[in-house]
Design a protein around this ligand. Structure first.
Ligand code: GTP
Ligand code: MG
Length: 344
């Protein structure tokens, strides 16, 4: 560790898309591939988020990601539910993300929540790429587990290739109808101007190396400056969910995107009426799956640093709302911090 107070945090990647288009499966596939690569321990499951470090990304992506080309520590993925009743959470999930993956089923194409997600991304000015998922369901598909897209594409028959092309161009056309200039990702020069479309299968892992490579490249190229944070500074985050937790009462699941949050901190949380000022009682992390006992699903930790997902137990969180800002007071003036939360 250096004494430089600023360091580069992990970019936060929201995974959005219509119900059943494969958001969770895609993250499961990335976790599963890490297990196969003998990197199970390196992937950490956070509250509402999965952290994938750079060396794991590189081992999954193979030659598409050379770790020496990057100095960002990896990617933190946030899964979002596609069901329509989660609209508010999703719109907030979209706003707190640095970048996003919009998952579209190649057969099902654009659907209501795809359009809704696009609208959220546009409004929050979040750069994104499109994962055209389920390519393995193209009739006649010849699966090549975990292969980069060009190799598996070459291994398909002409007929299969043209069927896939058709579906992909339909997605590109749909994006264009919504005002986004898009193309297959390997043709995109400037990802700030054009949306890259990455064909993938969450089932077979085909295209997943490309997806990870594009996300890393995009982050490194366009997000690096925004990732420079004062890690030791007072934490800043966003509420993902407010949840009743047995033994802890109302808790908030939050994504911390700046600084540090300690179990000894006083925090300000946006509420339905006014900001809530409260003392953290416990910072709770999910235990690894194999360690979960019925009585203690969580492990208490003393502090966490951005970017991470964490559950916070504290009094008076009943009025906290999903999407609200959270700020640590620590040595700052209490009224200033309350005013900042009020303005956000
Ligand atoms: P919600 O969270 O409900 O919005 O859905 P989701 O987007 O997370 O979709 P999920 O990952 O749960 O996948 C929905 C269904 O599609 C499941 O039955 C998956 O097994 C299937 N599925 C997802 N990805 C693929 C894929 O690449 N190929 C195939 N053949 N099936 C897939
Ligand atoms: Mg899901």
């Amino acid at each position: 560790d250096t004494h430089d107070p600023t360091s580069l945090r992990t970019p936060i990647v929201a995974v959005l898309g219509h119900v059943d288009h494969g958001k969770t499966s895609l993250l499961d596939k990335i976790r599963g591939s890490a297990v196969i690569e003998g990197e199970a321990g390196a992937i950490t499951q956070h509250i509402g988020a999965t952290a994938v470090p750079l060396d794991v990304i590189s081992s999954i992506a193979g030659e598409l990601v050379d770790p020496d080309d990057f100095d960002l520590p990896g990617l933190l993925f946030i899964d979002t539910p596609g069901h329509h009743s989660f609209t508010t959470l999703r719109s907030r999930g979209g706003a707190l993300a640095d970048i996003a993956i919009l998952v579209v089923d190649v057969n099902d194409g654009f659907q209501p929540q795809t359009l809704e997600a696009l609208d959220i991304l546009q409004r929050s000015q979040t750069p994104f790429i499109v994962a055209a998922n389920k390519i393995d369901t193209v009739p006649g598909w010849n699966a090549n587990e975990d292969s980069p897209i060009n190799a598996t594409y070459e291994a398909q028959s002409d007929r299969v290739r043209s069927r896939l092309d058709e579906s992909l161009y339909e997605i590109i056309g749909n994006l264009s109808d919504e005002g986004f200039s898009a193309d297959l990702y390997w043709r995109v020069q400037n990802f700030q101007r054009n949306v890259g479309v990455v064909p993938v299968s969450a089932m077979t892992g085909e295209g997943v190396p490309d997806l990870l490579a594009v996300m890393m490249g995009l982050s490194q190229r366009y997000m690096k400056e925004e990732m420079e944070i004062d890690v030791a500074g007072p934490g800043v985050g966003t509420v993902l969910e407010v949840k009743e937790e047995k033994g802890f009462g109302k808790t908030i699941d939050l994504v911390l995107y700046d600084g540090t949050l300690r179990a000894s901190d006083t925090i300000v949380v946006g509420g339905t009426n006014e900001p809530i000022v409260t003392d953290v009682r416990a910072l709770l992390q999910p235990r690894p799956l194999e360690e979960i006992r019925t009585e203690s699903r969580f492990e208490k930790v003393d502090e966490v640093s951005a970017a991470t997902g964490i559950k916070v137990a504290a009094p008076d969180l009943g009025d906290a709302i999903a999407g609200a800002p959270v700020r640590v007071i620590r040595d700052r003036d209490r009224a200033d911090v309350v005013a900042e939360v009020e303005d956000e």
